[in-house]
Design a binder for this molecule. Structure first.
Ligand SMILES: *Cc1c(COP(=O)(O)O)cnc(C)c1O
Length: 402
């Protein structure tokens, strides 16, 4: 199935990869296999080390048919040999870092990233004797200078949450590989269809499948896509030993969402472009950041690196007082756009993110890094995840408060 799917188109792969009609019932849609254990037909070992790719299902923490279906679908969509699904996006980030880093190793990580990933890298990893250097990955010299002989992993995010700054991934892949390190990329904002991750040289692509892949705001999950060798290693550590597996029910929901991802990403991009262009015309809005806008400082890189500009944008409205006043008005008045965290859903979501608080808590940036952040985010931004509603309705909703 996987081989044949490698030759089909993007939309066909999203729908059919990993799936076959049920051989006993003829059911066209996949079943949900909630079983935690599986009846054995032979006497076999009970060690994770005995597992091979074609081992029969034995226990759901090792493998489960509904989770495996999603893993095969994501591999086909992301065009990697294998995928490991995890309980959440954070479990995917932890799986990468705790599998490929050991005491004495060094991690180079994007200085601005999803807050949970930033805190995992800065607070948790050093407790295990892992050295961590946060770097502004839009600055290639800074990445090169951060590399050390013991650098084992470079972890980049592009576009970065929440400020929509990009990193030149192909160039960073070269720096990582020249230094003997793996490159992992949190591509949640871009979605599995947003970048040609193989051409860019990414070894491990991670997603919070809670976001675009699931796409409907009803299931938390994560995934890491990569070579069979790397993913097998992670499966042993992260699933079997750390235990952060995806539930079969969530896998089923996320697979159903994934089937329409190509269509949804086109619509997210079209909606976000329309909303971003409208925002640029508003007096209340001082700055809009969207990779699809010519005004984005890295628009050329975006055009070169992104196949889809996605539905994420941010905008500024002046100082903190203005941001908080407008956030309050949004909570009271918005009807189409939900004032809520998270992103990538069919419903539009917006959230105010004040700069100083984030810089002091999650990112703890100093001087030059603070300046770079402020160039993208000022005193604070509204992070808007443009959903699949009609763009005119999203705009009319926002026009009440902007
Ligand atoms: C949401 C998110 C995560 C964490 O994912 P969860 O599923 O919430 O654990 C990681 N990275 C990025 C970029 C995200 O947006």
């Amino acid at each position: 199935m996987t081989k044949r799917n490698a030759h089909t188109g993007e939309m066909t792969r999203a729908i059919h990869a990993g799936e076959v009609p049920d051989p006993t019932t003829g059911a066209s849609a996949p079943a949900i296999h909630m079983s935690s254990t599986f009846v054995s037909h032979e006497v076999s070992g009970f060690s994770a080390h005995d597992l091979t790719d074609d081992s029969p299902f034995l226990y759901a923490r090792w493998a489960n048919p509904s989770v495996q279906l999603l893993e095969r679908k994501l591999s086909a969509m992301q065009r990697t040999e294998e995928t490991l699904c995890t309980a959440s996006g954070m479990a995917a980030a932890a799986a990468i870092m705790l599998t490929f880093l050991s005491k004495g190793d060094h991690l180079v990580v994007s200085d601005v990233s999803y807050a949970g990933v930033a805190e995992l890298a800065r607070d948790t990893l050093p407790r295990y004797g892992i050295e961590v250097t946060p770097v502004d990955m839009s600055d290639l010299d800074a990445v090169a200078n951060a590399m050390r002989p013991n650098t084992k992993l470079v972890h980049v995010e592009s576009p970065v949450n929440p400020i929509m700054r990009l990193a030149d991934i192909a160039a960073i892949a070269k720096l990582a590989h020249d230094g003997g390190a793996l490159l992992s990329c949190d591509a949640t904002f871009a979605s599995p269809l947003g970048m040609d991750t193989e051409a860019l040289g990414i070894d491990l692509v991670m997603h919070s499948t809670t976001k675009y892949v699931g796409g409907h705001g009803d299931a938390v999950g994560g995934a890491v896509c990569g070579s069979a060798e790397l993913i097998q290693k992670m499966r042993l550590e992260a699933s079997i030993h750390h235990g952060g597996i995806l539930s079969p029910f969530n896998a089923w929901l996320i697979s159903r969402g994934a089937a329409t991802l190509p269509l949804r990403m086109k619509a997210h991009q079209a909606g976000a472009q329309a909303v971003a262009e409208w925002l640029e015309t508003r007096d209340a809005v001082s700055h809009v950041m969207y990779p699809g806008l010519p005004s984005h400082p890295q628009h050329d890189l975006a055009k070169q690196q992104m196949k889809n500009f996605s539905g994420m944008l941010s905008f500024q409205v002046g100082d903190v007082a203005a941001g908080e006043r407008i956030a309050k008005a949004m909570i009271e008045k918005l009807q189409v756009v939900h004032y809520a965290v998270s992103l990538g859903h069919h419903r539009s979501l917006i959230f105010w993110m004040e700069t100083e608080g984030l810089l002091d808590t999650s990112f703890r940036l100093t001087d030059a890094a603070r300046e770079s952040y402020r160039a993208f985010a000022g005193d604070g931004i509204f992070r808007l995840s443009v959903g699949l509603e009609d763009a005119e309705d999203i705009i009319a909703d926002l026009a009440q408060v902007l």
